[in-house]
Design a protein. Structure first.
Length: 133
């Protein structure tokens, strides 16, 4: 999918070190701004919606119509605290420098992200693959 800057957007299917499946879906941002993140687990689903400005947590519950089936609740929507993200980062850096607490995200994490992004682009362009392990 082309983008506003002329670069393509890629889909990717990944496998985390824990074995969890990760599916990244690229969308054409020319239609509208879209960023969502979903964690789908055995007992709940957590969705970061509205470009990170809201979060919805849906728990698994018994289906009242179909006996023996389980479904997700409607969930509750709360603020995603995105406007506070920079303040949280500054607090974490301050605590790291002055209280010797670990950084929640560091340069190593950034390098791993760039390496993964490069691998997605390379495999998509050279091999036409979406599966990156």
């Amino acid at each position: 999918v082309p983008s506003l800057c002329g670069l393509p957007t890629y889909d990717a299917r990944l496998r985390a070190e824990t074995g969890a499946a990760v599916h990244m879906v690229g969308l054409d941002e020319r239609a509208f701004t879209h960023f969502e993140f979903s964690l789908v687990m055995e007992k709940a689903r957590i969705d970061i919606e509205n470009s990170g400005f809201s979060m919805r947590i849906r728990s698994v519950q018994d289906d009242q119509v179909f006996a023996g089936y389980r479904k997700l609740s409607a969930g509750e929507i709360s603020s995603g605290n995105l406007p506070l993200a920079l303040a949280y980062a500054i607090d974490n850096i301050y605590d790291h420098i002055f209280a010797n607490r670990p950084l929640l995200c560091d340069g190593h994490d950034a390098c791993l992200s760039l390496k993964l992004a490069n691998e997605i682009v390379t495999k998509s362009e050279t091999e036409g693959k979406q599966d990156i392990v």
